[in-house]
Design a protein around this ligand. Structure first.
Ligand SMILES: Cc1ncc(COP(=O)(O)O)c(C=O)c1O
Length: 401
């Protein structure tokens, strides 16, 4: 199929999610940090399938694990234990930052894991109120969207799930509004789609203390930040905070769909009774996804990718700070989750196009159209870092003219 035919069919037969470029970009091949389009042009991928592809595309070890599992056992449902599922659960339990031992529930996506986590905290505490933060993003289903305060995204779908109270992200004083009627507090330790926002250092520890004081469960949504992206296995470790419930997805499946929510046994057990199987899913923890995820986690641990993300990310930010001026207003983030805040949405779009013309695929964040997110594979080489950084420097200079 040639490029025009793919685009035409995409436009005719699919809802055709908005593209960040002038026309849809058909992609036909992925290899490491490279993506190849239908005209055989190669790009460095800084978008990573929305901050998912931590090991690069089609890593040979992940491909081999998928292939082996595909020949062995595919779908059986969550009601039967499979080898890749229990092995991945064991590996994750060792990494979990909360109280151990821990148990997990596997899903197909981050949104579905958030939905499960919300049901879990309500059932366990027998309370219904939830607290979330301004600028947060947790997914687009009715439940997950209810935890997002953006009027533009909420209004067309209201009424949403309630009661949810939104507090300012980063304000320690406002945490006093969390009281003993709150079932759970859902937070991204570093906000992703809200514009790569890092909270002040005292914020998450204060939130942990407040949740303990009122008996609310702290749910850390590490769908985007988890598994090494920010320079630690989990972003909450930057502040030595342990969640009651940890939510993962994106990088978890090594490129295949997989999510999970994790908590201590006493909490997780509440989903198993009254009624029995109070929460189930058909495909969650699919053997292929778990096999891919296990191979990916193993590689991330062996190659010490969290440490690498911390080191490379710091060097990037130091260099990008040199570009701050009238066009690029701020550079922030942790590890290899980096936000570039531009002076206007128009400049942001022009920057993305200028970077694209230089072979970089990147985008602005969903709920903040003045912030471009850089999320390269954590395995990016020094040579590719250099290539990307000089493309970014040139793109900022072009937009400034
Ligand atoms: C922090 C966060 N939570 C939840 C989600 C939803 O995950 P998914 O798209 O896998 O359903 C996202 C997606 O971008 C996210 O960034």
């Amino acid at each position: 199929m040639d490029t025009q035919e793919i685009i035409e069919k995409y436009r005719r037969y699919t809802y055709g999610l908005g593209t960040y470029y002038k026309q849809p970009l058909p992609l036909v091949k992925g290899e490491g940090k490279w993506l190849t389009d239908s005209e055989d042009k190669r790009y460095l991928d800084f978008f990573g399938g929305i901050v998912t592809v931590s090991l690069g595309h089609c890593h040979p070890r992940v491909v081999a694990a998928i292939e082996k599992q595909a020949h062995t056992l595919q779908h059986v449902s969550t009601l039967f234990p499979t080898v890749p599922l229990v092995e991945l659960a064991e590996t994750l339990e060792k990494l979990f930052q909360g109280e151990r031992p821990a148990k997990m529930f596997f899903t197909n996506s981050g949104t579905e894991a958030i939905e499960g986590a919300v049901k879990l905290v309500r059932k366990y505490t027998r309370r219904s109120r939830l607290v979330a933060f301004c600028g947060g993003y947790h997914g687009d289903t009715l439940g997950a969207l209810s935890l997002c305060d953006s009027g533009a995204y909420r209004r067309p779908f209201e009424p949403l799930l309630g009661p949810v109270e939104f507090l300012p992200f980063g304000s320690v004083d406002d945490l006093a509004r969390i009281d003993d009627g709150v079932a759970g507090v859902v937070i991204e330790p570093i906000q992703g789609e809200g514009g790569v926002r890092v909270p002040p250092d005292d914020f998450l520890p204060a939130l942990r203390r407040r949740c303990d004081a009122v008996g609310a469960l702290l749910v850390c949504d590490e769908v985007m930040t988890g598994l090494g992206r920010t320079g630690r296995w989990f972003a909450c470790q930057h502040w030595d905070v342990s969640p009651d419930v940890l939510v993962l997805a994106k990088a978890l499946g090594g490129g295949l769909p997989l999510g999970a929510f994790i908590s201590r046994p006493a909490v997780m057990q509440t989903l198993a009774h009254d009624p029995p199987l109070a929460h189930v899913t058909t495909f969650g923890g699919h053997p292929l996804s778990c096999a891919a995820g296990l191979a990916a986690l193993d590689l991330a641990a062996r190659e010490r990718l969290p440490e690498r993300a911390a080191r490379v990310g710091e060097a990037w930010r130091a260099r990008l700070h040199g570009l701050v001026g009238a066009v690029l207003r701020e550079v922030r983030g942790r590890g290899l989750l980096i936000g570039l805040e531009f002076a206007s949405p128009e400049l942001t779009r022009r920057f993305c196009r200028a970077a694209f013309a230089r072979g970089l695929i990147l985008n602005w964040t969903l709920h903040r159209d003045t912030v471009v997110r850089l999320a390269p594979p954590l395995v990016i080489s020094d040579a590719d870092s250099e290539r990307a950084l000089s493309a970014i420097e040139q793109a900022v200079a072009e937009v400034g003219h």
